[in-house]
Design a protein around this ligand. Structure first.
Ligand SMILES: Cc1cc2nc3c(=O)[nH]c(=O)nc-3n(C[C@H](O)[C@H](O)[C@H](O)COP(=O)(O)O)c2cc1C
Length: 186
């Protein structure tokens, strides 16, 4: 299975990135993973949407098309999803209702240093993905509070509960994503 991790944070040392590492370590051996964060994309501009799109947009579309499943890992910024992530989604959402995001199985994971674990960003991202016809895996919201307490100095996940949630969610998500892919190909 080809997994595309879509990161909502650009900063080095990002907790989102550390979580992606933890998810990646928990993937089955035959999985292939890519990580993108949309940093090279221009700001969405319909004037740039012609037959020849900016190279970073073409690359984004290629990566989404290649993926069997998407895993979003993002912080909450000002009660919502970070701007670069929304920009990435706007680019990937074209043409509307028939974009590379259509029918692509997705898991939404949010985190924050606050007790809410980015629950507002979680709800907002799930709503955005419904606009792009991207089905999201139905589990109790995967939100991670107090994320700064979950890692050691080397960025390794040390929190047993978070690892347990990853272990409890990932196999079911991958199975569902596989079923979705098989259903769409028939
Ligand atoms: C501009 C900005 C806005 C933020 N707004 C919120 C917020 O509304 N709610 C929240 O829970 N945390 C908020 N935070 C805290 C981040 O969600 C938190 O620091 C997160 O762990 C950062 O993720 P990262 O390490 O992957 O960059 C904000 C942080 C920044 C930089």
């Amino acid at each position: 299975m080809r997994i595309l991790f879509i990161l909502g944070s650009l900063r080095s040392g990002s907790s989102s990135r550390r979580l992606v590492d933890a998810f990646q370590r928990s993937l089955p051996e035959d999985s292939r993973a890519q990580i993108i964060d949309g940093r090279d994309l221009p700001l969405f501009d319909a004037d740039l949407e012609g037959a020849e799109k900016p190279p970073a947009v073409e690359e984004l579309i290629h990566q989404v098309n290649q993926a069997d499943a998407l895993i979003f890992v993002t912080p909450e910024f000002n009660y919502g999803i970070p701007g670069p992530l929304k920009n990435l989604l706007d680019w990937a959402s074209r043409p509307p209702f028939n974009s590379p995001l259509k029918s692509k199985p997705a898991l939404v994971v949010t985190q924050s240093i606050s007790p809410g674990g980015g629950s507002r960003a979680h709800a907002q991202l799930t709503a955005v993905l419904s606009a792009t016809l991207t089905p999201t895996y139905l589990v109790p919201s995967f939100t991670i509070p107090a994320v700064h307490e979950k890692f050691d100095e080397d960025g390794q996940l040390t929190d047993g509960l978070t690892q347990m949630r990853i272990n409890a969610t990932l196999p079911g998500f991958l199975e569902w994503a596989g079923q979705e892919a098989a259903r769409l190909s028939t």
